[in-house]
Every structure is written in C-alpha cells, then in structure tokens.
Design a protein around this ligand. Structure first.
Ligand code: FAD
Ligand code: NAG
Length: 638
C-alpha cells in the first residue's frame, strides 16, 4: 500500500515539476525509481519547514543553497545558538535526484528563470538573443540543478585572492575547508590524504556510468601529450574522468548532504517558500537587525540578535543589498532607495564561465549517450537497484581536460581552459531537452542541427577559465519581487574571444586524434547562419562563432567581492562582513574577488565552511580578546 501511494506521489511530483506535455516517459520512469528506492522519497527524510517563525533568532540565514545549507548546519552545531534559514523555494523532488534528468530542471519550477539583457557580444543563437541563466530556487539552491562536477580550482586562484589583501584565503589556508566537507568514495583518491578526505557530509564519487567515448578521451589526451591525473590533486594541468557530488548514483545536493542529517536539531528552523525582501538596518547604529520576508502572501519581520547572513547567490545577494540601501549611491537614488551605505562595488565585477556550445563530432558506432536509446524501464530498474547505468550519467559529461592556451603562462600550472567532454551533443536528443535548456532559437537549431537529430555523436564544451570581461547587476526598480537587470558583457574584452577560439581549436584537435577517429569521428561542418560569410574554420570564423552558441556554465560570481578596506570596490572584508554596517555578512559565490579556475560549486561550499568558522571564531572568542580585532574592523567602517 505504502509503495503504491509512493509511486502515485512520485508521478505527481514529476508532472508538477516539469509539466505534463513534456514528460510522456518520465512518470513511469520515476515510478520505477520510486518503487525500488522507496527510502529516498520518504518525506520524513527531509527537513521540516516550520509553520511559524519565531520573533527572534541569533542568526538569520537568507538562502539555503550551496553555501547557505553548509552555514545552517555548521552554525547550529552550537546548541545555544538559534538559527533560522529562510529559503524562497521548496524541496527537492524525485526528478532532481536522477543525474540524467538534470536538463529537465532548467526553466522548471525549481529555476528562478533569469535571463540577462540581450547584448550583441554573445548568445546570438539564443531566443531573443538572451542567454539562459538557470539558478536554483529550492532548498539546496543551484546544487539541486547543477551537473554535479566536483572541481576545486587552481591553487593560484586562492593565492591570488590572498595577494589582493584577503588574509586567510591562500590555498594552503582554504584546503582544509575543502577536505572538511568531503567524503571521497574513490579509495585510490582518498589515499592522497593531503588533498582528499573521507567521512565528511558531502559525498564525492566517480561516474557510475562511463561510455567508451568517455574513456577514449583519456587516450586522446595521452596521444596529445597530456598526463592523466587527479585534477583536484597536486597539479591541475591534464585530463581525468570527472568526480561528482553524487551519492550511490543520485545527486548529492547540499540540502541532502548538510541539512537532511541534522533535520532534528531543535535550534535550527527552516522556513521554505519564504522570500526575503529586505535586510532591516537601524539607521542610528547602522546595524542589521533582521529581515523582512514574504510567505504565502504575508509579510513577516524577524530579528537577528547576532547577525544576518546573505547566501542568496551572486544575483540575489547583491540585489538584496541594494534593496536594503547598500550599493552604488547614484544607482540607488535613481530607483528611489534610501542610501544606508554608498558601496560602489555591489552588483559590479560579475564573472561567469562561458563555453562554446554545439561543437559536434558524428561517429559510426552506437556508443553515444542517446537518451532515446538509453532511457527505458530496463535502465530505470538498473539505476534503482544497482545505482548505476545510463540514468546515473550526468547528461554525458564524463571527462575533463585542463589545458593552457597560448595566452596562458606555459611554464606554470595555471591552465586557462577547461574542456568538458561529453559522450553526446546538442542534437542527440532530437532537439528536445538540450535545445530547450540552452534556450536555442528554433531557426538556428533547425539550420544547424536538425539534419543530425538522434545521430550518434560526441561533443566538447571548451570553457574559458579566467575571463577579463565583467558584467553587472542593477535594480530595475525598488520592487523586491521584480527581477534585477543583468548584463553579462561576455566577450567584450578581445582577450576572451581569443582564448575561447583557442579552446575551440583544442577541442577540434581532440576530435582528430586516432583515439577518437577509430569511432569514425568527423566534425559536423554545418556553418553557423551568422558566420557563413567568413572563410570556414579560420580564426575570423571562430571569432564570430563563439558569439553565437555562447553557453553560460552558470557560474555567476564575484558581485559582492571580498577585499581589504583599501579597495573601494570591495563589498565585504576578508571576514565576509559587509563594509559600512555591522551584523551583516555575505557568504556565497558573490564574495569571490575573481572566479576560480574550474566549476565553482566546491569552492562555494568551501566558502560556506570557512565562513561558518569565521563566525564561530568571532562570537566564541571572549569579548576582551575580541575587542582588539573589533577595533581593527571599526577602522574600516567609513
Ligand atoms: C544548471 C547549472 C549547472 C551547474 N553545474 C555545475 C557543476 O557541474 N559543477 C559546479 O561546480 N558548479 C555547477 N554549477 C554552479 C554551482 O551550482 C553554483 O555556483 C552554486 O550552487 C552557487 O551557490 P550559492 O550558494 O552561491 O547560490 P545558490 O546555490 O544558487 O543558492 C542561493 C539560494 O538562495 C535562495 N534565495 C535567493 N534569494 C532569496 C531571497 N530573496 N529570499 C530567500 N531565499 C533566496 C535561492 O532560492 C537559492 O536556494 C551549476 C549551476 C547551474 C545553475
Ligand atoms: C610564469 O610562471 C612561472 C612559474 O610559476 C613564473 O615564475 C613566471 O613569473 C610566470 N611568468 C609570468 C609572465 O607571469
């Protein structure tokens, strides 16, 4: 009986999430997963959303995403602290758990559905020339929608942060925080105890399902003279099979990792569907006293005795700062917001990783990750029972290569290009999920990809690691429910165009190796509509092409950057405290001064871990010892 109820509930959840029209096979798939994995959707497993929020807490955390979930866990370890976590979205579902289904989540109910302003410099092949900025609105945040790639970045990234004046953030100082979270399930990697750890909350495992293509990429790498190594280890340059934030073949979001195990802690309240609209700041003392939020159409105020912590991510945290009067003075006045503190850096310095989408090689062997071939009741049952098989594949992203283009320092181990290598490509699903997730224009898709729908194919995303272009976020109005204006400014710096073009060339070279040729690999050569007038596959052609199918890898960051008091554009200090007011921190992807060289989820979790320790260190230090530090901080408040 319970099983049948469970299956019905699962079907309902699946259709509610992604809509009925899109999901003919999905409900049955989910039903069989639910049947065999009944424990996984038992609602008792999830933290309970409180019915009524108390009037006051010690800490109020805004946003239960990658960083916010970590903070809620670590701060509530102190049993006499009372913590409130406010999250605008609801719970994860059975669909979000299954790696192969992650593309269904784009533009679904768990996505904020942001789209930056249309600009000429990039995303020209997208609907309305606007990129899609997918972003989690759900407990666990973007870690519930992401492709689970676990990459820490390069040691130089953090050493550079420290060199800007951010004491405590060098690689050697942050490495313990990466390890603190980690439960590395690969015993060989775990043996490297300098870089990996076991027993943490966050499960990191190898891909439960590799195709022959994923493995062939490693052979291609060796052919090209690259080493195969642990790219989260001693050196980054080289190739590897990806490591994933998965647990037994299912997504290990930060909600699953950090919140479910502590759901019975009495001193942590979680309130879902709670959209924070403002941080309340006492104008006399310039102290954050709490927040306002909307839940079920009602406005609530809650006070924070100690601190308010913004973990809304790199779009929402700067938006909330500005709504609360902290931001560039002129801009706040334009939209009619009282200026509490003129902080010119809020919403500026936006960085993201972009890649070139659609680079496709056709092959003759039936070995691609073709979902039409691989998603069926057999593979669903295999997934449910054995926790592997095609459904456990993160949409075919199997292999990674970190390489230095000619624009990077060749004698250093600080690559400027990450090749994400897939056992599938844009048109392998016949123009359904990938096209829709990437927001591709119908005409563009038709002209370039339709002729190879459902064919066996593989593709690569060359992703530029350290862009020079900077975007920004502004308020559209003072209405907190209105989405902010987002300007990506991708490829406005010529350096970025050049690096991305070299990344394309490197990807083509991978496709030309004998390792890949043995499958009959050949480039899909249809020219892009806007670039047809240029000599095919020359530098000019690629410089045009990179602006068409420009793919955000959804790593928005750096919009409330951390820096020393001497930097007028720093929004938070190296303790992540907002300059200009007390009792307020930002702890999420926004605080990065520069984006890290790799996918950023693991770094954001590290920021959550370190942020929690900074808070504990501050509040658990007896007051007389704290005074000295405090004095130093007060000097920085203008
Ligand atoms: C589609 C996709 C694929 C990705 N793939 C990878 C990958 O494979 N590997 C990787 O390393 N990284 C990946 N990333 C990036 C990574 O997941 C994010 O950078 C990271 O999760 C950001 O963490 P965060 O804590 O800063 O923000 P988020 O995790 O986005 O959390 C912010 C939370 O705050 C909530 N919130 C926001 N505003 C409010 C408000 N006003 N009131 C209440 N709550 C609010 C949001 O609903 C959300 O839950 C991907 C991201 C996406 C979207
Ligand atoms: C390149 O890297 C090497 C090794 O770290 C370093 O010594 C050198 O200064 C770097 N060169 C430049 C131009 O940054």
């Amino acid at each position: 009986m319970a099983v049948i109820t469970g299956i019905l509930a699962a079907i309902k959840a699946a259709t509610a999430l992604v809509g009925v029209g899109k999901v003919s096979v999905l409900p049955f798939l989910i039903a069989s997963i639910a049947y065999f994995h009944y424990d996984q959707f038992d609602p008792e497993n999830r933290p309970v959303s409180v019915k009524k929020v108390d009037a006051e807490y010690d800490f109020v955390i805004v946003g239960g995403g990658s960083a916010g979930s970590v903070l809620a866990n670590r701060l509530s370890e102190i049993s006499d602290w009372k913590i409130l976590l406010l999250e605008a979205g609801g719970h994860e579902t059975e669909v979000t758990d299954v790696p192969i289904l992650s593309l269904y989540l784009h533009k679904s109910r768990v996505d904020w559905g942001y789209r930056p302003q249309p600009q000429d410099s990039a995303c020209q092949a997208m609907k309305d020339k606007r990129c899609s900025w997918t972003r989690g609105k759900v407990l666990g945040g973007s870690s519930v929608l992401n492709t689970m790639l676990y990459i820490r970045g390069n040691r130089r990234d953090y050493d550079q942060w420290a060199s800007f004046g951010n004491e405590g953030w060098s690689f050697d100082e942050v490495l313990p925080y990466f390890k603190k979270s980690q439960d590395q399930r690969n015993p060989y990697l775990a043996k490297d105890s300098r870089h990996h750890a076991t027993g943490g909350y966050l499960t990191v495992q190898d891909n439960p399902y590799n195709t022959p293509i994923g493995i062939a990429y490693l052979q291609a790498a060796q052919e090209m003279g690259y080493d195969i190594r642990d790219v989260n280890g001693d050196q980054q340059t080289g190739f590897a099979l990806f490591q994933y934030t998965m647990r037994r073949g299912s997504r290990c979001s930060t909600a699953k990792a950090f919140l479910r195990p502590i759901r019975l802690r009495k001193n942590l309240h979680i309130s879902l569907w709670s959209h924070v609209t403002k941080v309340n700041i006492d104008p006399a003392t310039r102290r954050a006293t709490g927040v306002e939020f909307v839940k079920d159409g009602t406005i609530y105020t809650v006070n924070a005795r100690k601190e308010v912590i913004l973990s809304g991510g790199a779009i929402n945290s700067p938006q909330l700062l500005m709504l609360s009067g902290i931001g560039p003075r002129k801009h706040l006045q334009e939209v009619g917001i009282n200026v509490v503190h003129d902080s010119p850096g809020v919403g500026q310095n936006l960085q993201d990783h972009i890649a070139v989408g659609g680079l496709t090689f056709l092959i003759d062997e039936p070995i691609s990750l073709l979902t039409s071939r691989l998603i069926n009741s057999n593979t669903a049952i295999r997934y449910a029972i054995k926790e592997d098989g095609p459904l456990a594949s993160s949409v075919g992203i199997e292999t990674v290569g970190f390489i230095s283009t000619k624009y990077a320092n060749q004698s250093d181990d600080w690559p400027d290009m990450e090749l994400m290598m897939l056992s599938t490509s844009t048109s392998a699903d016949g123009g359904t999920q990938v096209k829709q997730a990437h927001g591709l224009d119908d005409e563009f898709y038709k002209e370039v990809f339709e002729s190879i729908n459902y064919r066996d194919q593989f593709g690569m995303f060359p992703m530029m690691l350290r862009p020079k272009s900077r975007g920004l976020i502004k308020l559209k109005s003072k209405d907190p429910m209105e989405y902010p204006l987002m300007y990506h400014n991708y490829l406005t710096d010529p350096h970025d165009v050049a690096v991305l073009r070299e990344g394309v060339k490197a990807s083509l070279a991978v496709g030309e190796t004998t390792a890949m040729k043995r499958f009959g690999a050949r480039l899909h050569r249809t020219l892009l509509p806007n670039c047809k007038h240029l000599p095919p596959f020359t530098d000019e052609y690629w410089d045009c092409a990179v602006r068409q199918y420009t793919l955000s890898i959804y790593h928005y960051s750096c919009t409330a950057k951390m820096g020393p008091p001497s930097d007028p554009y720093a929004v938070v200090d190296p303790q992540l405290r907002v300059y200009g007011v007390s009792g307020l921190r930002v702890i999420d992807a926004s605080i990065m001064p520069t984006i890290t060289s790799g996918n950023i989820n693991a770094p954001v979790i590290m920021i959550g871990e370190k942020g929690a320790d900074l808070i504990k260190e501050y509040w658990l230090t007896p007051i007389q010892y704290r005074r000295k530090r405090e004095a130093r901080y007060n000097e920085t408040i203008v």
